[in-house]
Design a protein around this ligand. Sequence first.
Ligand SMILES: Nc1ncnc2c1ncn2[C@@H]1O[C@H](COP(=O)(O)OP(=O)(O)O)[C@@H](O)[C@H]1O
Ligand SMILES: [Mg+2]
Length: 229
Amino acid sequence: MEILQVKHIHKIYGEKENEVHALRDVTFSVKIGEFIAIVGTSGSGKSTLLNLIGGLDTPTQGQIIIRGHNIAALRRKELTIFRRRNIGFVFQNYSLMPVLNIYDNVALPVTFDKGKHVDHDYICELLKGLGIWDKRKRFPNELSGGQQQRTALARALANKPALILADEPTGNLDTSTTVEVMGLLKESSRRYNQTILMVTHNEALAQACDRIIRIEDGQINCAKGGETI
Ligand SMILES: Nc1ncnc2c1ncn2[C@@H]1O[C@H](COP(=O)(O)OP(=O)(O)O)[C@@H](O)[C@H]1O
Ligand SMILES: [Mg+2]
């Protein structure tokens, strides 16, 4: 059963002489529960792809279908709710709320969603699992980069989203924390049947995933083991 279908996606930024063709005819699909690594050099279009799948930006051409919904066809409000209920994001720049403590940052996506009950036990479990339980009453600027990244990861998991989009989630972490974070992602995906798309530069991490999608110059590189449908 597929959770995600990316169909003939093109993304062009800018106009005329400033045009950047960031993605060219990208097509692939992902089954429920798969853990996928997205690999490629800097500027190859990885973040663009993740942003489009997450509905943070719209493709110039093509379709993205998540759980049967063509996300480009959703109204803005529907998309916001859909995203909140189905997708967990981990960005490179953490994007934590500076005025909220660590616990509240993690609980934020659940708090936002009025239809959902905050699972405090689960949030405690996440904070403990990521080694930031003792920081729960601190504010983001009191934490190291690695601790902030773990907070961002806990926040992405707090909703138990069906689809997790992670843009170099371990980029700022040391080796042992990277291994822990990967373990937590894998454990979470197995427990809740979550699908993960993770951008990484780390070839060893990529090899530990179910499948690797390689992007070069905005295109999927099939020759190197990237896959279309
Ligand atoms: N908002 C934007 N406006 C214009 N060009 C952009 C924008 N975002 C990304 N690009 C360009 O699109 C290409 C792909 O970028 P990106 O998806 O960030 O690559 P990656 O994440 O693989 O490093 C690059 O050439 C980048 O400069
Ligand atoms: Mg990027």
